[in-house]
Design a protein around this ligand. Structure first.
Ligand code: MSP
Length: 511
């Protein structure tokens, strides 16, 4: 039996409600999961929340709640958003769950039994906000956190350490043997030079706060946030239960992360796993960050984009499309209202929506809504068929490279090509002149193209794909289709009833 395809998002902190950056990774993971299902893989898609740590303890305290009350409240905002965005995750993990506590303590025990954990004392500059220690040389001007710019504080405490330094060589070997482990490739160089620069042992427990998983017999110590958080990926895969589930799911095929947390996933995480005798994940893909209207998104600027509001105004599919089309996955991008509206009007309304409505409108007008038969095909129709096949292959290749923008680019090239075909074959003129045979063949070719497009856009825009599917009267649900169907031609049958119905994407006023 082939291995289940396992895709993850980071688990999100519950000290704040979700923003557009969180939606980004989760949508990307959902698109990968839907695509793999379409290709025929068994898929396990995990997302969840990171609920322990000092930051969460502090925010809870400030709002007069217990940390778990804060987590219980905020987790609903995440779950609600995933529903609104039509995210089909197979599991949702919270680090406060019992199954996770068990997994973390077992990982700790295994790593410890390898002699990789010792008790020491930790002192360094600490950024409370990022929960990260920094060395003197890493600090920004006037002793600030190099990541967030906030002042750091000197912190010294008894701590358990993980012998990360011991894993310098094994990690470099691992990168060497798995050249595609870190993606995009320019990020790989960053990771390798970080490890080559020398690894310090890593503090993995804290005594300065108590909101975390306590170490047995050392109740002053709770497990430090990254050892706790990263373990989520194996918890949900069944670790440490011996049921065969872990073997079926692990290693993860791809961890999607933001560029800021790449180091934790590409250095610490494989080191923990190698130490515990487990296999590291197959791939870590680091995406870029969104600015908003050209500025860094921040609470103090008040420009944090609320994905709930965007979905309410523009719809889930428009947001899903925009996020993955606008920027090559891996690079930074800018989220702006006018760019979003531009995509909706240009690509969705004028491109896709227009193709569907004029094709189906003509079938209603000239064939009483019944798909006509392709009795008079010409070379120009064969060109559409060829282009459909090439497009499907391009999409498949792009998806294997995690290049969403390329996949969408190829699909929209095809849409433009088919729209041009409509103009060139002038079905209105054929209708007026009574050339029903040729008109029928053109319209049949259009419905067939629309069928292929619906399958290709399904991972990205599942609701729109389903709506189109229903409009063309396809008897089985779109979920039951496989990707190979996009490479076939001649699937729609004459005589099926179509329904033009309402427009897919109303044009918007950019005000
Ligand atoms: N809890 C940790 C992850 C643990 S994974 C074992 C965490 N959580 S987070 O909620 O702060 O961030 C989650 C993700 O959001 C990160 O991948 C981060 O890169 C991403 N983003 C935060 N702001 C972002 C943008 N402005 N743009 C794109 N992604 C952004 O880190």
């Amino acid at each position: 039996m082939s291995k289940t395809f396992y895709v993850t998002t980071p688990i999100y902190y519950v000290n704040d409600v979700p923003h557009i950056g969180h939606a980004y990774t989760t949508v990307a993971a959902d698109v990968i999961a839907r695509f793999r299902r379409l290709v025929g893989d068994r898929v396990f898609f995990l997302t969840g929340t990171d609920e322990h740590g000092q930051k969460i303890e502090r925010v809870a305290l400030a709002s007069g709640e217990k940390p778990i009350e804060l987590a219980d409240r905020v987790v609903l905002r995440f779950k609600g958003l995933w529903e609104k965005l039509n995210i089909q995750n197979d599991d949702f993990i919270r680090t406060t769950e019992e199954r996770h506590k068990k997994a973390v303590l077992e990982l700790f025990r295994r790593v410890n039994s390898r002699g990789d954990i010792y008790l020491g004392e930790y002192e360094d500059w600490y950024c409370v906000f990022d929960e990260t220690f920094w060395t003197e040389t890493q600090l920004g001007g006037s002793r600030t956190c190099p990541d967030c710019g906030r002042p750091v504080e000197r912190l010294k405490e008894e701590s358990y350490f993980f012998r990360l330094s011991k894993y310098e060589k094994p990690l470099l070997e691992f990168y060497e043997n798995n050249p595609d482990f870190v993606q995009p490739s320019f990020r790989k160089n960053e990771v390798v030079s970080f490890v080559r620069g020398g690894l310090r042992d890593l503090s993995i427990s804290r005594t300065s706060f108590s909101w975390g998983i306590p170490i047995p017999d050392k109740p002053k110590h709770v497990i430090y946030v990254w050892f706790d958080a990263l373990t989520n990926y194996i918890t949900a895969a069944g670790f440490p239960e011996d049921t065969g589930r872990l073997e079926e799911i692990w290693p993860a095929d791809i961890h999607l992360v933001g560029k800021d947390i790449l180091r934790f996933h590409a250095v610490y995480w494989p080191a923990f796993l190698i130490s515990a005798g487990l296999t590291p994940p197959r791939k870590v893909f680091a995406h870029g960050w969104w600015t908003v209207e050209g500025e860094k998104m921040s609470k103090s600027k008040g420009n944090v984009v609320d994905p709930y509001a965007v979905v309410d105004e523009f719809g889930a599919d428009a947001l899903r499309y925009f996020l993955l089309r606008e920027v090559p996955f891996g690079l930074d991008g800018d989220f702006s209202r006018s760019a979003l509206i531009g995509r909706i009007n240009g690509d969705l309304a004028n491109g896709l929506g227009n193709l569907v409505s004029r094709s189906l409108g003509l079938i209603e007008k000239y064939f009483q809504g019944k798909i006509p038969s392709p009795s008079s095909l010409e070379p120009i129709d064969a060109r559409i068929q060829e282009k459909a096949l090439v497009t499907s292959e391009q999409v498949e290749e792009a998806m294997n490279e995690v290049a969403f923008h390329k996949a969408l680019g190829a699909i929209w090239d095809f849409i433009a090509f088919v729209n041009k075909y409509v103009d060139e074959s002038a079905p209105w003129a054929l209708g007026k002149s009574g050339n029903k045979e040729r008109l029928g063949s053109v319209l049949w070719t259009l419905v067939e193209s629309i069928r292929v497009i619906a399958i290709l856009i399904y991972p990205f825009m599942p609701k729109s794909a389903e709506t189109i599917w229903n409009k063309i009267g396809f008897p089985e649900p779109i979920e039951s289709q496989s990707f190979t169907k996009a490479k076939e031609w001649g699937v729609v049958k004459s005589g099926w009833l179509i329904e033009k119905g309402a427009g897919l994407f109303p044009r918007l006023d950019d005000k």
